[in-house]
Design a protein around this ligand. Structure first.
Ligand SMILES: Nc1nc2c(c(=O)[nH]1)N[C@H]1C(S)=C(S)[C@@H](COP(=O)(O)OP(=O)(O)OC[C@H]3O[C@@H](n4cnc5c(=O)[nH]c(N)nc54)[C@H](O)[C@@H]3O)O[C@H]1N2
Ligand SMILES: Nc1nc2c(c(=O)[nH]1)N[C@H]1C(S)=C(S)[C@@H](COP(=O)(O)OP(=O)(O)OC[C@H]3O[C@@H](n4cnc5c(=O)[nH]c(N)nc54)[C@H](O)[C@@H]3O)O[C@H]1N2
Ligand SMILES: [Mo]
Length: 714
């Protein structure tokens, strides 16, 4: 019989090894077909295990090279208990982030709650996704802005004459969602096909092809130069909205002095930008004229802020949108939150579902926060002072790491530095379904149950469908849910009452469902009782009213195009272009590592939907570059720089800029005896430097490399 499974790559039915789409998914993703091979993968962890020399004498020198010994759950919990006591005050428990799903048993949430129940731990502020933007936006607007409700796609379809996508690939990055994706955005992109769409990217990406759009193919990390040169043009030709700038913006004069070159003698005109971006001046002028004459919206991806000086790339786009003066008008202006999570559908009168944290009383604990992506730095330089925003902070001394739902060796730039950093910790605990490199580099590994092997409750991306996650198959050996594991650890400290009132998962699932049912009842919306819901596996909330079409910034008060607080940090406060240090090295090619349509980060790389060339992760490059290196499709190449080397399979794509290599992030790290990753993990090559002191965020998309032929295809 077919059983429903809900996950971050979609909901789907599973029946005797076969997968079929869920009826309310508007455009089911091919990713769901990964499930059968994933649950049965040879790389799954079956039992709790401890690294041999750690078990013998807490030795950490053989981390990553040692064998693992099977232990009982009780033995594992006893050792974890001792290690937590030993490391108290020095425990890192951020547990980043995309593994699993659910309101009760999402690993990251469970580990964080566990550590808070035990008194607190070290966590990270902001995130890998939009770290630079999240830190920057309060200096520009009054809030973090990025994750706030986006302008409806319907409003965009109805009002915009020109849609400019900047470093955005929404049809790929909306395949997945934090909640269960229903791909409700898709129908609007069908409508957008009839619009004037322009993509600024380093290749003609999948979304651009889908929309049959025009492409402006740019040198990576140079968008701010392009956008600023358009501001200069609009200003000099009196084509900007003076009233909007006067009414809503502060700091315009400082920005103007910069783009006119009043202080440095360099006017930021098309000639200046053309040289930096390697785009014909006429192409930039054409874009500028279209923006000046058409009602437009700028849709930003996140890639351009995951770069050196990334904070200012977002500010450049905001400065341009302000000069165009459409911000706050129906379906126009600028948008930051349409490229992940299937967002943009008009929101209905839905209620918020509770989770393991909000269904129980709040826990207060003594937490320490470091900026996002600074774990490596803290492990390598404990007690070091670093500049962060307007202050100096001291990096904590981390002794123990506890990770769930996290793949540090594929998500953190500079993998070889991560290996060094990991040698510093005294104990590393990993809750994982698979033998990833993270698991291999840990001391204690705990096998985790996947979707279909545990109980939980989840909600759809549009919040209109509630899913019951059920155990539809036998236990996978000794795997347990993250919730069960954290509850056992809490219990060893006599804290399981604080953790979950001693309840089991299914009890909490019922509490959460009944809470939501009661909330809806207040609006005369009636949901079935819990048993009926659980039997059916999902409920679609009836009688939801559509809310009015929404556009952001209708209540706009002020945009700071330059903020004094940023000047006080010793930085230019306005949008500006700055060449990254990374680009001053001698490597000839830019490496861009976007998100793959075949994976959720590193997840699914061990499934049979993984797309490989000659058994290697594909690298996409232009034929000019291929010719220069005498390489052809399917050849295996080595991509390298001073940080490391990886092997990849060649795919020639004429649309990729001729000095760029595209290697998607997330391929599992698989080093050979010389440390060369056989599987193309992009972060072996990327730099772990910070974007700027405003966020100290990662710069995964700022990287230079070289390449050589490794092995010709037969
Ligand atoms: N299928 C799938 N979807 C995902 C994810 C996934 O792993 N797989 N991850 C999710 C998560 S957590 C996030 S944060 C988002 C990420 O969303 P984004 O950060 O927006 O995604 P990226 O793929 O990094 O980049 C988007 C586009 O920017 C382009 N780009 C890169 N550098 C530059 C540049 O310098 N200039 C310009 N103009 N373009 C550039 C890339 O080629 C790509 O086409 O995606 C989410 N969606
Ligand atoms: N070069 C480069 N690097 C990047 C980016 C980039 O654009 N370029 N993007 C960055 C971004 S935006 C993000 S969000 C990060 C993503 O970084 P992560 O969130 O670390 O990414 P995942 O690979 O999804 O890691 C999830 C891990 O959880 C495991 N898992 C699966 N299910 C479960 C479960 O139920 N319980 C537990 N405990 N574990 C489970 C998976 O096997 C996997 O190892 O990567 C960042 N890194
Ligand atoms: Mo992300």
């Amino acid at each position: 019989m077919k059983k429903l499974i809900a996950s971050r790559i979609g909901a789907f039915y599973y029946d005797d090894g076969k997968v079929s789409p869920f009826e309310f998914d508007e455009k089911a993703s091919h990713m769901i077909n990964s499930y059968p091979s994933r649950i049965n993968s040879a790389s799954r962890i079956k039992y709790p295990m401890i690294r041999k020399s750690f078990l013998a004498n807490k030795d950490k020198s053989l981390r990553g090279k040692d064998e693992f010994i099977r232990v009982s759950w009780q033995e594992a919990i006893n050792i974890i208990h001792e290690e937590i006591i030993k490391a108290k005050g020095h425990i890192y428990a951020e547990s980043y982030e995309w593994g699993g799903i659910g309101q009760v048993s999402w690993g990251r949430m469970c580990v964080q709650r566990l550590m808070r129940v035990l008194g607190g731990a070290i966590f990270e502020e902001n995130d890998y996704s939009t770290g630079a933007a999240l830190a920057m936006m309060p200096y520009v607007f009054s809030s973090k802005v990025v994750y706030e409700r986006p302008t409806d796609l319907k409003a965009i379809c109805n009002n915009a004459e020109l849609v400019l996508f900047i470093g955005a690939n929404p049809l790929v990055t909306n395949l997945i969602s934090h909640d269960v994706p229903l791909h409700e955005h898709y129908k609007y992109y069908e409508i957008l096909k009839n619009k004037n769409n322009i993509f600024i990217d380093v290749y003609a990406n999948e979304s651009s092809k889908f929309l049959n759009a025009k492409n402006i193919i740019i040198n990576p990390n140079t968008d701010s130069a392009l956008l600023i040169s358009i501001c200069t043009f609009l200003y000099e030709n009196n084509l900007y909205n003076k009233e909007f700038i006067k009414k809503y913006c502060t700091g315009f004069d400082e920005f103007k002095d910069y783009f006119l070159g009043n202080n440095d003698g360099v006017k930021k005109d098309f000639a200046w930008a053309s040289e930096i971006c390697k785009i014909e001046q006429s192409v930039i002028k054409n874009l500028a004229l279209q923006l000046a004459n058409k009602k437009s919206i700028l849709i930003l991806g996140r890639s351009i802020q995951r770069q050196a000086n990334g904070e200012f790339n977002y500010l450049a786009a905001i400065s341009l949108a302000a000069m165009l003066g459409h911000i706050g008008k129906d379906g126009l202006g600028i948008e930051f939150n349409l490229i992940s999570g299937c967002k943009g559908e008009s929101v209905k009168n839905v209620k918020k579902i509770k989770d393991l944290n909000s269904i129980f009383p709040k826990i207060t604990s003594n937490d320490i926060f470091i900026p996002t992506s600074r774990l490596q730095e803290a492990l390598l330089n404990p007690n070091k002072a670093i500049k962060y925003k307007e202050e100096e902070i001291i990096l904590p001394d981390i002794k123990l790491l506890i990770n769930a739902s996290s793949s540090f060796f594929t998500h953190q730039p500079n993998t070889n530095k991560s290996i060094k950093a990991y040698t510093k910790a005294d104990c590393i605990i990993c809750l994982e379904p698979f033998f990833t490199y993270d698991a291999k580099m840990s001391d204690i590994i705990l096998p985790v149950a996947l979707e279909g092997e545990r109980e939980d409750i989840a909600i759809s991306s549009n919040k209109e469908i509630i899913f019951a996650l059920k155990k539809i198959k036998d236990d996978f050996y000794e795997a347990k849910s993250d919730f069960q594991i954290c509850k056992m650890i809490a219990k060893s400290f006599n804290k399981s009452y604080e953790f979950c009132k001693n309840l089991d998962e299914l009890d909490i699932v019922e509490l959460i469902y009944d809470d939501l049912k009661n909330e809806y009842k207040k609006d005369n919306i009636y949901l079935p009782n819990f048993n009926e819901f659980y039997e059916k596996s999902f409920v679609k909330i009836p009688s939801l009213k559509e809310q009015e079409s929404y556009t952001r910034f209708k209540d706009l008060k002020n945009i700071n195009l330059a903020n004094e607080k940023i000047s006080k940090m010793g930085l230019n406060a306005y949008a500006h272009y700055k060449k990254a240090d990374e680009f001053c090295n001698n490597y000839p090619y830019f490496l861009v590592s976007p998100h793959s349509k075949y994976r959720l980060h590193s997840q699914l790389d061990n499934s049979d939907i993984a797309f490989k060339i000659n058994n290697k992760e594909p690298v996409y490059l232009n034929s000019k570059l291929a010719k220069k290196h005498k390489i052809k499709n399917n050849d295996i190449v080595k991509i390298f720089n001073h940080r490391g080397a990886v092997l990849c399979g060649v795919v020639i794509d004429e649309s990729v800029k001729d000095n760029v290599l595209i290697l998607h992030q997330g391929a599992w790290f698989m080093p050979d005896e010389n440390g060369i990753c056989q599987n193309g993990n992009a972060n072996v090559l990327t730099s772990s430097k910070i974007s700027s002191i405003i966020s100290c965020s990662n710069i995964a998309h700022t990287c230079k490399v070289d390449l050589s032929l490794f092995k010709s295809a037969e």
